[in-house]
Design a binder for this molecule. Sequence first.
Ligand code: ADP
Length: 477
Amino acid sequence: MNVVYVASEVFPFFKTGGLADVMYSLPRKMSRIGHDVSVIMPKYSQISQIYTRKMEHVISVEFSGKIFNLYKIVEGYVIYYFVENKELFDRQQVYGCEDEDIQFSMFCEVVLKFLRKMQLKADIIHCNDWQTGLLPFFLKKRYSITDEFFVNMKTIFTIHNLMYQGKFSKISLHQLGYDINEDCANFLKIGMEYANVVTTVSKTYAEEIRYPYFSEGLEEITTSKKIYGVLNGIDVIYFNPERNSSIYVNYNLYTRKDKYKNKRFLQQELKLPESVETPIISMITRLVEGKGMDLIVYSIEELLKDPVQIVILGSGDNKYEEFFWNLEKKYPSKLRVKLGYDSVLANKIYAGSDMFLMPSRYEPCGLSQMIAMKFGTIPIVRETGGLKDTVSSYNKYSGEGNGFTFTNFNADDMLYTIRRAERYYFNEKEIWDKLIERNMKLDFSWIRSAREYEKLYWIVRGDKVLKSVPAVETKSE
Ligand code: ADP
């Protein structure tokens, strides 16, 4: 199959969030399992010279009185295309410009023009988030009606974040000669309406967004359209305690006792009392309401009465930063708070802690819990979105489960669940070790996600689900 990914950010060229990581890993895996893959993004002035120097001019088109140039970089078997127009994409900032509706509507339309001019007959155009929402609309309303070349192209639209919808007046549509039967243009909603298939980043989140609590006002469409959930993966080569170069002592499934050496070193580095017996409960997170910070604020002093150490690495809202900053002074030997973003320390914390706490109010996918699990750190999570899909509560009767979970967004339920985990940590060493082993064995590789997307691509094309060549994971994603 010929698959074209379209997105507003792709790592390592430009990244503000998880979308860029997905656009780094998924296309590479898709090419690894045998498909022809290209990725198209705008050529922002923020892209480093390291990459712009390598770019080769491919073609140009004139559209709406502007010249657009297309550049490319080939890496492995993936071709990365960059759409250049200085007036639209050479800006102080990438997102949040006043005319971002014009920027991204033109980007979407010009992508179709480039495909035509290059004769790049995509079987699937995989669009991501609101910036690419108009592409399926343009394709259906104009290109596939007027030009045989586009007739069989199918679109997939993936929602990475339902919060950002790209709601604008209809000016950008009118300028390009389109209209819709609504008062304003919600790019995300249009993408959902016109794409052949809509996906989001976990099965549970796909279900949750049908309800007003999660739907951000879009329940009309989230209930009327089938939304598939495909869990993101993580870079299982990088987040591998056996090879990760940031942690103190490498370990694997068989040498997992060395995890406790990491714990000692972490306690030393964070100036916490050195004690292998004391469980370390950690959080690595944005300090924002959606991550369940109010539950922590409400119950942390009660939790600190337990024989535990708590480590928090994060940055975010002032009110939470200040709260934790002050609280640390009160409990210097039990609580360590590091404000800021530090990926090296993050890996050390994943490796050195016993439990990883994620009490999110909502969580489309969540990567941190998967990383923690690969490091053998037991997750304690609220059952929402991707957390529900990756963590199941330990069941003492069946022996099943890989962590500890609670359902209601309630601080007492969270505290009860943490204490349940503590009881197993202190009193059931064999079970605890079994949980570590179970988590370290879990498969969160991108290959698994790529296979799921591949099935959807076959389905949307109306083909039978075919088996492609098995892929062997050898290199870092
Ligand atoms: P979200 O994307 O909603 O913030 P995820 O769990 O999906 O949450 O991903 C967060 C990623 O960012 C994880 O890889 C986590 O380790 C990392 N991270 C979050 N906060 C920090 C921080 N302060 N320092 C280092 N890494 C962080």
